[in-house]
Design a protein around this ligand. Sequence first.
Ligand SMILES: C[S@@+](CC[C@H](N)C(=O)[O-])C[C@H]1O[C@@H](n2cnc3c(N)ncnc32)[C@H](O)[C@@H]1O
Length: 307
Amino acid sequence: MELRTLLNKAIERRHSLAAITNCLRLVNGKGDGCDGLLIDRYHQHVQVQVLHERWSKRVDEIAQILISMMPVDYLIVKSRQGLDLNVKVLKQGDPKTIVEENGLKFEVDLNDGLNCGLFLDMRENRRMVAAACKTKKVFNGFAYTCSFGLYARHYGATEVINTDISKRTLKKAEDNYRLNGFEVSKDEFVTTDTMAYLNRAVKKENFFDIIILDPPSFSRHEGKTFQVKRDMPVLIRTALEVLRPKGRLFVSTNYSEISHAQLEEMLAKSLNTRRVEKLERVGQDQDFPGSNSFKESYLSGLWVKFL
Ligand SMILES: C[S@@+](CC[C@H](N)C(=O)[O-])C[C@H]1O[C@@H](n2cnc3c(N)ncnc32)[C@H](O)[C@@H]1O
């Protein structure tokens, strides 16, 4: 099929999302018949990711087609060469913009590494978790720019604790809180290792109603490494020690070597005396067709209610 027709089809199939967001994945590789090509739209800013060499020679054509189809203020193409990220700006402008999702605003910066400030694939999970947060005390571990925390506040959580090792991303989170008219309390944004915070919470008997754990596949902090495959069970076990009865846990990973079944096994290993009332498997949102069939588009998540 001709490229313009493929892109048009991909954009058309996402039409209904326009009612709730102006940022979405427009093309999800194989899932849209464009293996190795990812295109994300952040309002009038566009990010193209080239995963297979064959698209490299067609980026100008892709940019032209997109610009003819929609208003584009800024267009950036990213590709990886070994560990390096190659970046080419095909439509110049301010790389920063403000997007709106479910009535909440987020600032994103498309020229700030691979991740620009908001993970689009988590949209429905943010809404689902936040819908349970009214009057609840929420822990958001590995918070990044705290999109889950901001949603939780918007849906009426009484207290939210966001932890991340990156002061820089937590600073962006504070800006997003302000952008949405929420007061910024320094206690809500804690620059720390999430596991260390949870261990302190266990000692202090600091309990939560809802716990969110979305760790990276791998990270290094103050000489210690975190490896999701190795460390997820102990992370969940520790979190469950400070989850109140009737509490809920959202746990997820985008590490393509952990399937939903394996994540459930990790949970089962970590239960101790806790008993599950309800468990749902969740993944990426609807604009990620073909999800979990290739490693660049992957998310295993569980939404668990305990007795
Ligand atoms: C997958 S992102 C989380 C995305 C976030 N849940 C969201 O939806 O926006 C992982 C985050 O974990 C943070 N991180 C990595 N290792 C950490 C650790 N040991 N303790 C706390 N945060 C960590 C990274 O800085 C990064 O912001």
